[in-house]
Design a protein around this ligand. Structure first.
Ligand code: SF4
Length: 86
């Protein structure tokens, strides 16, 4: 896979930045899923053809390590959610 250097600047973020984003979401009152649900969602994303740069869902444009943490998030896969049951 060729990687666009312009894109990777914004789609590859450190664990520390992700943690800050998740903490900010919690402070804003957003609900976070359990570690188990988070891992199930991530595993589905990792085997999904719509995952770009190993970080980003091409349908939502979201960083999966952030999106999968939020309880309200859904999987936008066009043929149906891959997160059902997670
Ligand atoms: S379509 Fe769903 S499973 Fe695929 S990368 Fe996006 S959120 Fe993850």
């Amino acid at each position: 896979m060729s990687i666009c250097k312009g894109c990777t600047h914004s789609v590859i973020v450190s664990k520390e930045v992700l943690q800050e984003l998740i903490q900010d979401a919690e402070k804003d009152g957003r609900k976070i899923v359990s570690e188990d649900v988070f891992e199930k969602r991530l595993n589905m994303c990792k085997s999904c053809p719509s995952l770009q740069y190993e970080t980003t869902c091409m349908h939502s444009g979201s960083l999966i390590h952030y999106r999968a943490r939020l309880k309200e998030s859904t999987c936008p896969y066009p043929q149906g959610s891959k997160w059902l049951g997670a």
